[in-house]
Write a protein that binds this ligand. Structure first.
Ligand code: FE
Length: 268
């Protein structure tokens, strides 16, 4: 934590709040060597702090709080030994489920950077469960702040963007993927991503990197795109919000607007 030596207004290095860099815990880095290669790529991208967010309860992987904390220590030690100046902070990508409040109470769920009170909520890729709105409300009532990860890649939200509008209006934040901003997931997802940004429905940009090949960081590319489209104040908006997440401070956010187009027919 003391290694975060950044002042707002003087942001030089980026923070990546969503990354599968922990070795051997999910479909991200498989070995410590993979993790180190990812950290080197992050540095090249201008990233000096990464929140490691392994999948939790997504049907394939379970990574409860304590095991993540332990692995983050190991990775930081290895990076230090390798002389790579990237700091790893603990986090978790939690697939939405009916037991999230119990998970928080029993300290199985790990908020970003442990005590920020920001909690990642991942929806299934092709649907939005009926109880989502209630769960986002319950998370907030329990004293936490939900961040919906990569809504731009959810099939149901693309078909019915009003759903996300109501979640954001209800106090949820969202994180779009750098690769989506930069067009790495195709034109349609890129278009929806920018509609979310323009409608004040995107508060954070993160890599969700799994490796240094197809699912790499693309943060530099995303920020180039943001600067080109919206000017550098938008770069700072997203970079500062990432910093606020690590510090548990309130994110900058404008009131969300509805996306004007009614339907996204023929996308899939
Ligand atoms: Fe992820």
């Amino acid at each position: 934590m003391s290694e975060i030596r950044r002042k707002i207004g003087e942001v030089r290095e980026m923070i990546d709040i969503h990354c599968h860099i922990l070795p051997g815990v999910d479909d991200g880095a498989q070995t410590m060597e993979d993790s180190i290669i990812m950290a080197e790529e992050a540095l090249d991208q201008g990233i000096d702090t990464i929140i490691a967010t392994p999948h939790h309860l997504n049907g394939k992987y379970e990574n409860p709080r304590l095991s993540i904390l332990h692995k983050v220590l190991e990775l930081n030690e290895a990076l230090q030994q390798a002389g790579i100046e990237v700091t790893i902070l603990p986090g978790q990508e939690i697939r939405i489920n009916g037991d999230m409040i119990t998970g928080l109470e029993q300290e199985e769920i790990l908020p970003l950077n442990v005590d920020s009170t920001y909690v990642f909520v991942e929806l299934p890729s092709d649907q939005v469960p009926q109880y989502t709105k209630q769960m986002l409300f319950d998370i907030q009532r329990a004293g936490y702040k939900p961040i919906i990860v990569h809504p731009e890649r959810n099939k149901k939200l693309i078909e019915d963007p009003d759903l996300l509008y109501h979640f954001v209006k209800g106090g949820a934040y969202t994180q779009v993927t750098a690769g989506s901003v930069a067009g790495k997931f195709g034109k349609n997802i890129q278009k929806f991503t920018h509609q979310l940004i323009q409608a004040n429905q995107a508060h954070l940009i993160a890599s969700d990197a799994h490796n240094t090949a197809g699912r790499s960081f693309f943060m530099k590319e995303a920020h180039q795109e943001i600067r080109k489209k919206y000017g550098s104040s938008s770069n700072y908006y997203f970079m500062e919000n990432a910093y606020y997440v690590t510090q548990g401070e309130v994110l900058a956010a404008e009131p969300p607007e509805r996306i004007k187009q009614k339907k996204f027919l023929g996308l899939f």
